[in-house]
Design a binder for this molecule. Sequence first.
Ligand code: SAH
Length: 341
Amino acid sequence: MRNIYDFTLKELENYFVSIGDKKFRATQIYDFLYKRRIDDVSFMNNIGKNMQEHLRTHFSFQKIKLIVKQSDKDVSKYLFELMDGQRIESVLMYHDYGISICVSSQVGCNMGCRFCESGRLKKVRNLEAYEIVQQILLIEEEIGKRITHVVVMGIGEPFDNYDNVMRFVKIINDGKGIGLGSRHITISTCGLIPGIEKFMEEDGQVNLAISLHAPNDEIRKKIMPIAQVYDMDSLLLVLKKYIHRTNRRVTIEYIMLDSVNDSIECALELASKLKNLNCYVNLIPYNETKNIGYKRTKINQIRKFYDILKKKNINVTIRKEFGGKVDAACGQLRANQELNK
Ligand code: SAH
């Protein structure tokens, strides 16, 4: 039985029409699930008894389970257990502009970035759209507030699970449901070019972030195996195409790793590579993890790096730090739970 949270509104409408019921049924259900947050069919009081029974026998209303929450000031980390016992995590962050959540898109990840915890636990499977949607619902229920921004930057490579991630976006974006504006949704990829090409043809204003993390292929290949498949020139070329096609600015993520990618030369090279690209660079102080040897660049060096980019007219910010104490680096909570088991 397919989970009810896996359906776009359109699909539900088609379903009800196909069984000879009214299209409007879909809107009613979306209203209960996403506006009133009622998932018990017995309480869907404007739906007749027969249809209630139909819903119970044709759809699953099951939810994933919240099993651990760790909080520290403006960040909370959640560990969820899925129906098959697999575990995923999400991170909640309070900003001055709103509340954001970072959702996972896969159980584990196959991209194998050397600095990343998630890559140490290989991909087990893709998440279904409903499993991503429910991360939002459960966290909103837990905090009693609405989330304003969503980033697909948790465990997994979203473009390695393209269709389910796009389905997730459609579901949470729908005004009849959660209604999260597409400009408030960001998908982050390590640079899967076929995914970027598909993504630029989608409707909507969903943001794209690229985990670049290096100014050239030589360094990038050392830390990101995917660079062996898609080189940097091709990546930058497809980003140009994307920007031209969508008129949207791209975010470039750049983790600052001590003595790996943080030299003055690196900054100059990065600036020259990004010169004509409508982008903004987010310098990310690396979240050290006890299982991996990389060290975070010292803040003075991050500032120097920042200054060079600024001087070269590149839009750049240094990411506010979250979650040092709560294992908030990508994949840490799950990794520590799994590997210490
Ligand atoms: N696969 C996608 C999304 C998941 S990773 C991607 O690569 O973009 C989300 C972001 O967190 C990436 O930029 C990743 O490089 C970064 N990240 C991973 N481990 C980190 C750590 N320990 N500290 C800081 N950022 C990290």
